[in-house]
Design a protein around this ligand. Structure first.
Ligand code: 13P
Length: 254
């Protein structure tokens, strides 16, 4: 059985006190209300990582993620945060390859691969994001685009390291737009991604890899998306900022 995962990507939201309040609400709600075997990852902005680590301490269901890190080990890189720093705080997952970082920060395949290497070196897991734009989908190129993203970022990894990768399919046109992929679109792409992994790494690893969906996931659409056979949960932006909505989405992944 593949691990079901619901991850929260807060992006650049929540001030210091409001962030602490949100995590303080989410952790006990998950302990009380979520009975099934779904792993919850919360990736708040860096300023919240320390408090979040303390508030999650001892939880068997909720784990700490970060939204980014730098690819160098340490040194004179003003403003950057290393993977080892994150690991030292108790971070276990790092999001890499998010379309917002590809677009706004020009992160290309080389940068993304270096970040993946560094996160794995520091014994954390990667949530690797891929997904096409609306123009690419309309041109019928969505599978080619995603295949290239998967191949360049992941196919150089050893089988052992590939086991530390969670894939998030996030069609760019669905992120923050209120227009989610239909369950059929999500299932088609997730099955395609799994087939790519199978060809490269074998059926066993392909069956074990969690492939989660991101892009306008809400309490209303979560169940239908997460019920698709190859959709193993979600990566949630906007709806992860409201505790009751996020809990409903986590429960849809049970
Ligand atoms: P939204 O859920 O706000 O569409 O964001 C999805 C996302 O980008 C998660 O990483």
């Amino acid at each position: 059985m593949r691990q079901k995962i619901v991850a929260a990507n807060w992006k650049m939201n929540m001030y210091y006190m409001s962030g602490i309040k949100l995590i303080s609400e989410i952790v006990p709600l998950i302990a009380d209300e979520v009975k099934g075997d779904v792993k919850v990852i919360i990736a708040p902005p860096f300023i919240h990582l320390h408090s979040a680590a303390q508030l999650m301490y001892g939880s068997k269901k909720v784990f700490l993620g970060a939204q980014n890190c730098f690819f160098e080990e340490k040194g004179a890189y003003t403003g950057e945060i290393s993977a080892a720093m994150l690991a030292s705080l108790g971070v276990q997952y790092v999001i890499v390859g998010h379309s917002e970082r590809r677009n706004f920060f020009n992160e290309d395949d080389v940068i993304i691969s270096k970040k993946i290497f560094r996160v794995l070196e520091d014994n954390m897991q990667v949530i690797y994001c891929c997904g096409e734009t609306s123009v690419q989908r309309e041109a019928g190129k969505h599978k080619d685009v995603v295949a290239k993203q998967i191949e360049t970022a992941l196919f150089w990894l050893s089988k052992e390291r590939m086991q530390k990768i969670i894939i998030a399919y996030e069609p760019v046109w669905a992120i923050g737009t209120g227009v989610n992929a239909t369950p059929e679109q999500a299932q088609e792409m997730h099955a395609f991604i799994r087939s790519l992994i199978e060809k490269k790494f074998g059926a066993g690893l392909a069956q074990e890899t969690s492939i989660i969906y991101g892009g306008s996931v809400t309490p209303v659409n979560a169940k239908s998306l997460f019920s698709c056979p190859d959709v193993d949960g979600g990566l949630v932006g906007g709806a992860s900022l409201i505790s009751s909505d996020f809990i409903s989405i986590v429960k849809a992944g049970e």
